[in-house]
Ligand binder design. Structure first.
Ligand code: CO
Length: 500
């Protein structure tokens, strides 16, 4: 058999894997949006069966043989990308013993329940035992996969392929001090915006139309996607032609749906821009969670919370919500949506303080995986860091170390991708400004074709051809750094807070 016939075989295999995985995603989407609650038991069984089939297909020795023969023996870059990325996924899948996979699944199912209970009762002790077990299992998991520097790297690699803890530490260390200092300057500022107008009444029916329009104006294609409602907004689907966004409407808080929708639509634009001809193969998939998040944050914050954007859309927004915004001038609204306030809850954090929430989680989970922090000491460590970084201390663990779902499913290594997304976004955006000098005028006239075209050309079309760090370096000419983000927030927020 020739190498090209073998590659055809590989493609067939990974596309079938894609069919299984995307079916699971669709079942998940349905469970979060339309499924009646009584459907959950059968749904879990459907998902378990499909997941088992996909794990079996992923670990078939025949796949390993194909990959071994094709490695270094491919005709073009696309094939090389698919072989490289499939080999990485295959290696990760076969190195972990089935017993460990099952034990992790069982423990995290239980942990999600004990976590929810602990959060509700604000009692960390209820979650402590399952969390300890999950950490032990994840350490074992990392050891099975292997790593060169730190055990944590093997976990991080699942979400941010090729990235190491030492690289994250280096970039976070250069962000931590200056960012914390800027937050302090903002806290001490005498000029402050007033966000109270965002908590007036915004009827859900109008918000639905408004949010759909906002997604449409930035370029989200509704022939290839939809928006529905879920408790926790997300973006999933089956490739560029079927992208599913969700959002959630709060009648007494403007930001939730509008910025939530712009965020998810940013993810959606990345998905819609991936090359359709490479559907279900790594070449046609997002390269990392960090890069994915860079797309959502750019549209949500750098465009969606910018003055040029609201110069174009604020009058329309006032017409849509006359009771809430009729008497609010643009400047006041702009300040309101850009209010910076140290707060306990990550998902509600503003653009400036957000990354500090992530640095805290990254430092804590690295220490938990390293074993330098004992699980019983987690709440105290959390509260101390919260005080050091943001100057506030939560009154109970539901506002502290119990707020996020990630650790309850064993998702250690996930958190850094949120902050990496913010940093990549700022670095890309700095380049965008050089390449599209009149970006602000374009935004002010509601024209996003050039920006979207830039993202398509420089990021979306490549899928997983380049790993995140390489992509950033190719697009911006320099390695990932915290500098563009720091410059961006200083330039944006100093005038809002009257800082010199
Ligand atoms: Co996101």
């Amino acid at each position: 058999m020739t190498a090209s016939t073998k590659y055809e075989q590989l493609l067939k295999h990974i596309r079938e894997l894609g069919h299984l995985e995307s079916s699971v995603a669709l079942l998940d989407w349905d469970a979060e949006t339309y499924m009646p609650s009584a459907g959950i038991e059968i749904r879990s069984e459907q998902i378990a069966t499909l997941s088992r089939m996909s794990h079996e297909k992923m670990t078939e020795p025949a796949l390993g043989e194909l990959l071994a023969e094709l490695e270094g023996n491919t005709d073009d870059d696309d094939a090389a990308t698919n072989v490289r990325e499939m080999k990485r996924t295959y290696d990760r899948a076969v190195k972990v013993p089935g017993r460990l996979v099952e034990e992790l699944a069982r423990t995290s199912t239980r942990a999600k329940e004990t976590w929810a209970q602990a959060r509700k009762e604000r009692k960390f002790e209820l979650f402590e035992k399952d969390l300890s077990r999950l950490i032990d299992l994840r350490r074992e998991y990392a050891d099975a996969i292997g790593y060169e520097e730190k055990r944590y790297d093997a976990l991080l690699d699942e979400y941010e392929p090729g990235m190491r803890a030492s690289q994250v530490t280096a970039v976070f260390d250069s962000l931590r001090g200056p960012l914390s200092e800027f937050v302090q300057q903002i806290a001490d500022a005498s000029q402050k915006p007033d966000p109270s107008v965002l908590h007036r009444h915004y009827p859900e029916a109008t918000q639905k139309l408004w949010c759909r329009q906002m997604a449409e104006v930035i370029g989200f294609d509704f022939k290839c996607g939809r928006i529905d409602i879920s408790t926790h907004p997300f973006c999933s689907g089956t490739g560029p032609q079927d992208v599913r966004l969700t959002t959630r409407y709060e009648e007494d808080f403007f930001n939730a749906a509008t910025f939530g929708t712009l965020h998810e639509a940013g993810h959606g634009l990345y998905e819609q821009g991936l090359p359709t001809e490479h559907l279900f193969t790594p070449r046609g998939e997002a390269t990392s969670l960090g890069i994915h998040e860079s797309q959502s944050r750019m549209w949500e914050n750098m465009i969606g919370r910018s003055m040029p954007f609201w110069k174009r859309y604020y009058a329309q927004c006032q017409i849509a919500f006359p009771d809430a915004l009729g008497d609010v001038p643009l400047e006041k609204f702009y300040g309101a949506i850009n209010t910076v306030e140290p707060s306990f809850i990550r998902v509600e954090a503003d653009e400036v303080t957000y990354n500090l929430h992530i640095i805290l989680r990254f430092e804590i989970e690295s220490d938990l995986i390293d074993g330098t922090l004992a699980v019983k000491d987690l709440p105290a460590a959390w509260n101390q860091k919260m005080h050091d970084l943001l100057g506030i201390t939560p009154a109970h663990d539901a506002d502290g170390c119990l707020q996020d779902v990630h650790w309850s499913f064993g998702g250690f290594g996930y958190f850094p991708t949120y902050a990496l997304g913010n940093l990549y976004a700022a670095q890309f955006f700095e380049q965008v400004r050089k390449d599209i000098p009149n970006l602000d005028q374009q935004t002010e006239s509601g024209k996003f074709d050039d920006l979207l075209g830039w993202l398509r050309t420089n990021i979306h079309q490549y899928g997983s051809r380049y790993r995140a760090a390489e992509l950033a370096e190719r697009v911006t000419g320099k390695p990932l750094s915290a500098e563009p983000f720091l410059n961006y927030i200083r330039a944006k927020f100093s005038p809002i807070y009257g800082l010199g």
